[in-house]
Write a new protein. Structure first.
Length: 194
């Protein structure tokens, strides 16, 4: 559901606009950066989203140091750390990202971001909606977004591992069939099961 501009105007104050807007751009792997350039460009166009919310172009900062790095944690994401630092220093009025999964794919990082945004009065925007982490319903939606993002990562990993196991099984089956074919060609009589 899109929020109307009047609701957005009520959330956005001159105090928010007096600070910087940060657009966070991230793709999970170098292959995604190469193969999904349209997604990267879409994220860079979020600068227009910040401008549309009232920030002058010179007050919109793009953080893209994490291109090619997973948001799952355990990886040094200097861009994310820079974003956290800017929020904690009181420099941010708005954080813009395509969706929650671009910011963090683990609840620890996501909830750290939400808490800091709440404490320092920073709004969060995605491609469709503006959120105030201090508002109960917005915080609830943001929390669920983070949980779903981490769950989605878990599902992706499960599918990847299932595919690897199936590929390995097919490889063992193919190797066994090739072995039987070699034995037959050398004149040995072997059964299908052996």
């Amino acid at each position: 559901m899109l929020i109307s501009s009047t609701v957005a105007d009520e959330r956005l104050t001159t105090a928010h606009r007096a600070k910087l807007a940060y657009v966070y751009v991230r793709q999970s792997s170098v292959n995604q950066v190469r193969q999904h350039q349209e997604s990267t460009q879409l994220q860079y166009r979020l600068v227009d989203r910040a401008i549309g919310l009232g920030w002058p172009p010179e007050r919109v900062q793009v953080i893209d140091e994490d291109l090619g790095k997973s948001g799952a944690g355990g990886v040094d994401r200097h861009g994310f750390q820079k974003l956290i630092a800017e929020i904690g220093l009181g420099n941010a009025g708005l954080v813009v990202s395509l969706d929650a999964s671009r910011l963090a794919r683990n609840n620890r990082d996501w909830h750290q971001l939400l808490e800091l945004c709440s404490v320092f009065g920073v709004l969060i925007a995605d491609g469709e909606r503006l959120y105030d982490p201090r508002a109960y319903h917005d915080r609830l939606l943001l929390g669920l977004s983070g949980i779903m993002s981490e769950a989605e990562l878990h599902q992706l990993r499960m599918r990847l591992h299932q595919g690897e196991r199936q590929k390995a099984t097919r490889g063992r089956t193919a190797a066994a069939a090739a072995g039987r074919a070699r034995l037959r060609s050398s004149g040995h009589n072997c059964s299908q099961s052996g």
